[in-house]
Design a protein around this ligand. Sequence first.
Ligand code: NZQ
Ligand code: ZN
Length: 387
Amino acid sequence: MNSFVFHNPTKIIFGRDTASQVGEETAAWAAKVLLVYGQSSIKQSGLYDRTLAALKKAGVAVVEHGGVRPNPVLSHVREGVKRAKSEKVEAVLAVGGGSVLDSAKAIAAGARTDADVWDLFIGKAKLEAALPVIDILTVPATGSEMNGSAVVTNEETRQKYGFGGAPMYPKVSILDPALTLTIPRDYSAYAAVDAISHLLEGYFTGADEGVPLQDRLVESTVRTIMESIEAIQKNPKDYEARATFMWCATLAWNGLLTAGIGGFGAPSHMLEHPLSALYDIPHGAGLSITIPAWMKYAAGKGNRKVVQFAERIFGITAGSPADKARKGIEALEAWFRKIGSPVRFGEAEIPAGDIPKIAALARDLAEAWALNDYSEQIIAGIYRDCV
Ligand code: NZQ
Ligand code: ZN
């Protein structure tokens, strides 16, 4: 086990009817707040009206910044920064899924710097401070509710980049599983793939292979996600399954399960971001294509954890390590297909002829994330396995 510091400052309020606490929780940080939300879901569910009523009751003034789209874009973040500055808001309240939270976090950081907010994403400016962020999460998937990162696409360059740091952890995240009962079947699948991917990146690539507790925590969380999503797809109104999945997704990417594993990479994400940036597919739908392809590449290089994954997640015990790895990858692909997430480019309408363009974008990201083993050639080779 490597030495580590684990310091996650986000206060989580979890359970039924917790969204009603948004007024007092926001008032503890601000008298005037920028309310960031998406396209239509919170208006349809009534959460928008309830949030405004709770803020009014708590005496919090509201400036609105709605219209965040899935795979959120830089131009909308820039507008939010302008509004936050001109209206002198004291905090940002996000109500929605990961795209809304990420936009809100980027706006919160952009509002506290004179630099262009994109400079924070590309490392040209340093994150020094951010307005306090509070959120009500309506899609569990990304872990954004309990981490310090934000991911946004620059529409001009098609770069989908992230940045983060201590100032960007939400102060308070309100997680009411009942708010997730309306998430459709296909998006429940993409959310599950994303949460599983966050568990697997560290598990497969961590520098220290001798961390049995973290391995087993990851494996049990993956299995729990698989069970809960199957239950959700059978009965979308299953509160217990929604609650179980919601907490799994938060724990999957809040730093707890990577503590002690040493340095690790996120190659499946490096390979996915160009797909959702170029073709506007859901992040999870891109990951169900890139994860198995990356696992084939890693297994070919003798990655022992891919074999352990096959043994412990799918109970594959017969055959050589290479056989087990292959069967484990096939089983994972079959499960992705079963829940309705694509596993090949064609299933997501991604043209194979675009591989050079996709690989060039991924190579830039690999460089930004110090994934130095990934040349453009290697990346293109992995993408060819996605066809
Ligand atoms: O815009 P609205 O109308 O709200 O609709 C959304 C959107 O269409 C809808 N929705 C939200 N809550 C709902 C609901 N539908 C029914 N019932 C509800 N309760 O769901 C759609 C998808 O929402 P989105 O926020 O885009 O989904 P998700 O939470 O999966 O976020 C994905 C984004 O997060 C990034 C991804 O790349 C992607 O851009 N990520 C962020 C990370 C982070 N900050 O740590 C890490 C991840 O790896 C990921 O990169
Ligand atoms: Zn992800």
